[in-house]
Design a protein around this ligand. Structure first.
Ligand code: PMP
Length: 350
């Protein structure tokens, strides 16, 4: 077949999302979703009246939801940008701040960064994590290009202290520092409050993990007014109505229910600490996680083998083939009952 695609994408390797299989019911611990349903207010907000309004476009400015997010974080509406998932916030930032220019991120991190980098024709400087999988902040101090750091990092789950994030932001005054806080609610320290102090900082957040809305596709960026305006220019050049009506309502109901959110986060952290300790008892190496997943390896068993044997027993986890991490599994933290199924299947396998 003739290839119609432009040559500049010849080297582009697209992102490969985790499996969403339909062949059987799995204990699904592979894509860092929440095991809990969205807040009760979400179900109430998406009612028949609103379904009828689907004939009308959604608010391109997402004012009500941005106001609710701004109130929650103590910033102004102008400091908030909504994305169709935080992936879209990342995409807007890559287009706006490093297309055709330099970007720096770790070798082991969220797999979408190299994809966006290639898509926008950036020149990526990929900086290896230290031997212990921690981020070497000294390597990000040169003000050489946009810096992208996931904090906590994925798939390691390891977090940098806020003081280290601030050092990176302060050391790169002529470049944007994008801190991807998809997992920060599970024990990390957020950089949101630094947005008032540094005009070069963007914090990307998501409703997909701690707020149980992965399927609604909702994320947001918090940054100085200037950076938000720049990213809006990209948004209005691609897809002005990027958030649908139902998701706008779902997000507002979710962010307003603080109690439900905190209860679920506490349950995940408790299940994580239980899982880490049980895995270590079974001889697993488990990295220190501040996320809703753990990264674990068992000497004498390859990651690939463990992944396959768990899948055959109905437990789905994520395995990456990259050399440095090929013996690790990334295991999403579900309910304690789900984690007990995982542990029980591991006992059968080992
Ligand atoms: N950042 C990181 C580090 C992630 O792991 C994910 C989830 N795949 C995302 C961002 C994007 O999540 P979403 O688009 O669902 O907000």
């Amino acid at each position: 077949m003739k290839n119609f695609m432009v040559s500049r994408y010849a080297a582009l390797e697209a992102y490969v999302p985790g499996e969403q299989p339909r062949d059987m019911e799995y204990v699904k611990l592979n894509t860092n979703e929440s095991p809990f349903p969205p807040a009760p207010g979400v179900m109430a907000a998406i009612n028949g009246e609103e379904l009828e309004k689907l004939k009308l476009y959604s608010d391109p400015e997402g004012k009500d939801l941005r106001d609710a997010i701004a109130a929650h974080f103590g910033v102004k509406r102008e400091n908030v940008l909504l994305g169709n998932g935080s992936d879209e916030i990342l995409a807007f930032a890559f287009f706006a701040f490093c297309a055709g220019e330099k970007v720096l991120f770790p070798d082991i991190t969220y797999g979408f960064y190299p994809v966006y980098s290639e898509l926008v024709g950036a020149n990526a400087e990929i900086i290896p994590l230290k031997e212990d999988f921690s981020i070497d902040i000294n390597k990000y101090m040169g003000d050489r290009g946009m810096v992208v750091i996931a904090n906590p990092n994925a798939p390691t789950g390891m977090a940098l202290p806020l003081a280290d994030i601030e050092k990176i932001v302060a050391a790169n005054p002529s470049n944007v520092v994008l801190v991807d806080e998809a997992y920060v609610d599970f024990g990390g320290e957020s950089a949101v409050n630094l947005v008032k102090k540094y005009e070069n900082l963007i914090v990307a957040r998501t409703f997909s993990k701690s707020r149980s809305l992965a399927g609604a596709r909702l994320g947001f960026g918090i940054a100085s007014e200037g950076l938000i305006a720049d990213m809006n220019k990209i948004k209005y050049s691609l897809n002005p109505y990027n958030i649908n009506r139902l998701t706008l309502l779902a997000g507002k109901a979710s962010i307003e229910d603080v109690e439900y959110f905190e209860k679920n986060v506490r349950a995940i952290i408790e299940a994580r600490e239980y899982t880490v300790s049980e895995l270590r008892t079974r001889g697993f190496t488990v990295l220190e996680s501040k996320a809703n997943f753990v990264f674990a390896a068992k000497e004498g068993k390859s990651g690939e083998e463990l992944y396959r044997e768990l899948k055959a027993r109905g437990v789905l986890v994520r395995h990456f083939t990259k050399e440095r991490i090929k013996d690790y599994l990334r295991i999403t933290i579900g309910t304690k009952e789900q984690m007990n199924v995982l542990l029980c299947k591991l006992d059968e396998i080992i």
